[in-house]
Unconditional design. Structure first.
Length: 99
């Protein structure tokens, strides 16, 4: 009986890890942070000709900073409100509904 309980608790722990790993907020936040860094660097190194094309507004810098802020928002949201793994009752109810 103890071995069965250990196996069940191990599967529940793996399920919780998978739920947190593939949370869409992590993917969206990570992509926005990476692209935000790239666009911010492009805006910080903009030439005078680039600024003249955009009527004096450093659009890459502002867009990059906005993307960074959005990405950090998603990652902060993930940290503050983590995803709860599905309970066995939820899984049974889903299986019963699908059948």
């Amino acid at each position: 009986m103890s071995e069965l309980q250990n196996e069940v608790s191990d599967l529940e722990r793996k399920s919780a890890t998978a739920a947190r790993l593939f949370d869409i907020r992590r993917i969206i936040g990570g992509l926005f942070v990476v692209y935000g860094v790239i666009v911010t660097i492009a805006g910080a190194t903009a030439s005078d000709a680039d600024l003249k094309k955009a009527q004096g507004i450093n659009i890459n810098l502002w867009t990059g900073l906005a993307m960074l802020a959005l990405g950090l928002f998603f990652l902060g949201w993930l940290k503050l409100r983590p995803t709860a793994p599905p309970t066995p009752d939820d899984l049974l109810a889903k299986d019963a509904k699908d059948a």
